[in-house]
Design a protein around this ligand. Structure first.
Ligand SMILES: Cc1cc2nc3c(=O)[nH]c(=O)nc-3n(C[C@H](O)[C@H](O)[C@H](O)COP(=O)(O)OP(=O)(O)OC[C@H]3O[C@@H](n4cnc5c(N)ncnc54)[C@H](O)[C@@H]3O)c2cc1C
Length: 350
């Protein structure tokens, strides 16, 4: 997994003609449009209502206090307040310097980092599914300033106010992951987004297969949390997640995933796969994600209204679904999924 340059490069890149690319492009453009021009379906409506209610309330208060000057002066302060409440923190054009608010250890090498948004009442404005890019400056060999830039996937709910969460695994030699893990509460990180990925909001898909490896769980988590949230209208959507890791200790957020499986036994299934299980009594699958496993658990290429999402380390994605293109567009579907009959219309690589 490496970083994608910008939303616009991604949009341009996806115009590379394959149906999946065009599908992804429609998704992406839809998402950009929805983000920039329309009120989001759920939180957004709430926000509009809140805004209108706020307008009414503020107007009322202002009217009572300023009856004499209402005609000319009432409008400006109200508009100012509305703007402040409604504006999302991210605008995809510029980096925000976000202050680290809290760190929560998730396992031996992965933590959840909560960053404060500039305003306590702000929402991030990062739709499901999307990612951001992070950067920090470095001095290059020639003395000029360069940046280490890497993408990460927000895991806080879209409607969260005042903060955004990232789950980041630390690699021993990892430039950005170590930088983030070395941050202290109160220090800042430059973050820019959203880079729209798969526009779940605009999707009507009912049979979802997911293959995730390691931190490749993060975009899946965005979708799973959205589908199974209290406010969800995706009440017919079925999700099966095949989650591959090395050992038991590497499985991220197992409790949460198991909770969804227990709560929605007919709609959510998780299959854990470990290539190096440490315990003799490991009850999940041992080995790698095989064609047999995919056939057994995931929607088939013929399943109506279906998609298989894939996210994980580059070699895993390449083996299962073919590598993403150099420009980070989807590229052709190849590998195991192609051999099983899947095509670009029912596979999406994060
Ligand atoms: C769209 C997208 C979303 C992402 N979201 C997340 C996220 O939510 N959380 C998260 O932790 N990561 C995520 N990543 C991965 C992240 O962007 C970085 O690639 C990762 O943190 C490593 O960056 P680094 O600078 O620390 O390592 P680098 O300096 O780039 O690499 C140093 C060494 O670390 C090891 N390494 C790096 N990446 C991997 C890998 N994927 N698998 C195995 N070994 C590796 C290799 O040994 C490598 O030589 C995402 C990637 C993409 C493309």
């Amino acid at each position: 997994m490496r970083f994608a340059t910008s939303a616009f490069t991604a949009i341009r890149a996806t115009s590379a003609a394959s149906p999946a690319a065009r599908f992804a492009q429609r998704q992406t453009l839809g998402s950009v449009r929805a983000y920039s021009a329309q009120a989001p379906k759920k939180g957004g409506n709430g926000l509009v209502l809140l805004t209108l209610a706020g307008l009414g309330a503020l107007g009322g208060v202002y009217y009572n206090q300023n009856k004499a000057t209402l005609k000319t002066s009432a409008v400006a302060p109200v508009e100012k307040v509305v703007e402040k409440v409604a504006e999302p923190a991210f605008d995809s054009k510029s980096f925000l310097s976000l202050k680290l608010e809290n760190i929560e250890k998730i396992n031996h090498n992965t933590s959840l980092f909560r960053f404060a948004l500039p305003e306590a009442e702000q929402h991030a404005g990062l739709p499901v599914a999307s990612c951001v890019i992070t950067r920090y400056p470095i001095t290059k060999k020639d003395g000029s300033t360069g940046y280490v830039i890497r993408p990460y996937t927000p895991t806080s709910p879209e409607e969260a106010r005042g903060y955004v969460d990232f789950i980041v695994k630390s690699y021993p030699d990892g430039k950005m992951s170590k930088h983030i893990h070395n941050l202290k509460v109160g220090e800042t990180l430059d973050v820019k987004g959203p880079i729209p990925k798969y526009n779940w909001e605009g999707s009507t898909i009912q049979n979802v297969g997911m293959i995730a490896g390691g931190t490749g769980i993060t975009p899946m988590l965005q979708i799973i949390r959205k589908v199974f949230s209290d406010k969800s209208t995706d009440d017919k959507t079925k999700v099966t997640l095949v989650f591959a890791n090395q050992t038991e200790d590497d499985i991220l957020l197992k409790d949460e995933l198991d909770k969804y499986a227990a709560q929605y036994p007919n709609r959510f299934k998780v299959v854990y796969v470990l290539d190096k299980p440490q315990q003799a009594n490991w009850e999940g699958v041992k080995g790698f994600v095989t064609p047999e496993l995919i056939k057994e658990h995931l929607p088939t290429p013929e399943t109506e209204s279906s998609i298989v999402f894939v996210c994980g380390p580059d070699p895993m994605v390449a083996a299962l679904a073919g590598p993403k293109a150099k420009d980070k567009s989807q590229g052709e579907v190849s590998g195991v999924l192609k051999a099983l009959g899947y095509g670009s219309e029912n596979v999406y690589k994060f």
